[in-house]
Ligand binder design. Structure first.
Ligand SMILES: Cc1cc2nc3c(=O)[nH]c(=O)nc-3n(C[C@H](O)[C@H](O)[C@H](O)COP(=O)(O)O)c2cc1C
Length: 188
């Protein structure tokens, strides 16, 4: 994957709005195999127990859709280092979790750009999924990449060319069931 295509997608990402128009977004792109191997190991440390627990629960409930999602997440975890490029969107200065309103605004200043980035990838034949599980190992990953403790990592986007383009709408809850006009419903 060329550096140029990743940079083009980050350019598109940077068109998304940010609170107060103060630029706080930073993008750490990892292509070095040695670093990816170590980050993948940290990802699995966090993801494996979480996904096993989620899988067990879905299995007990016979929730087929969830089982498919977990199987796909487990495949990603097992193959994480094989993904050619990792992109870690960050925010500088880091998030002040003691101020919940500003913490929300901080996430909201980065995530629209992340979504722009994801759409830009899709338009170029690439794909990703937003992952957050590595954040359980945020400091260890930050140390590997020289990310200062004063910076917060928001997520990790493993980026690759997709195999085929056979995409279809996801199965989701009917939008009308969760859209409330003028007042919150008294019964559901
Ligand atoms: C905030 C957020 C965090 C997520 N974290 C992870 C993650 O750590 N690992 C993973 O494999 N998928 C992660 N996902 C992907 C979701 O599991 C996935 O989008 C969801 O199951 C729906 O599947 P779909 O996007 O294919 O429709 C995350 C998605 C969101 C929005």
């Amino acid at each position: 994957m060329s550096r140029e295509v990743v940079e083009n997608c980050i350019e598109v990402a940077m068109q998304a709005p940010i609170g107060g128009n103060v630029e706080v977004r930073r993008w750490v792109v990892v292509t070095d195999q040695g670093l990816k191997d170590q980050i993948a190991a940290h990802y699995r440390t966090a993801a494996d127990p979480y996904l096993d627990e989620t899988f067990e629960d879905a299995y007990k409930r016979g929730d087929q859709q969830k089982l498919r999602v977990v199987a796909s997440a487990k495949f990603l975890a097992a193959n994480f280092e094989r993904v050619p490029v990792f992109v870690i969107p960050c925010i500088e200065p880091g998030i002040d979790f003691s101020d919940s309103i500003s913490a929300v605004a901080d996430f909201a200043s980065v995530l629209p750009g992340v979504w722009n980035f994801q759409l830009a990838l899709r338009a170029r034949g690439l794909g990703t999924t937003l992952t957050t599980l590595h954040l359980y190992e945020e400091r260890a990953v930050g140390d590997l990449l020289g990310i200062p403790a004063s910076v917060s990592q928001i997520c990790l986007l493993p980026v690759a060319y997709t195999v085929g383009r056979n995409f279809k709408p996801a199965k989701r809850v009917d939008a009308r069931k969760v859209t409330y006009w003028n007042s919150w419903p008294t019964t559901k």
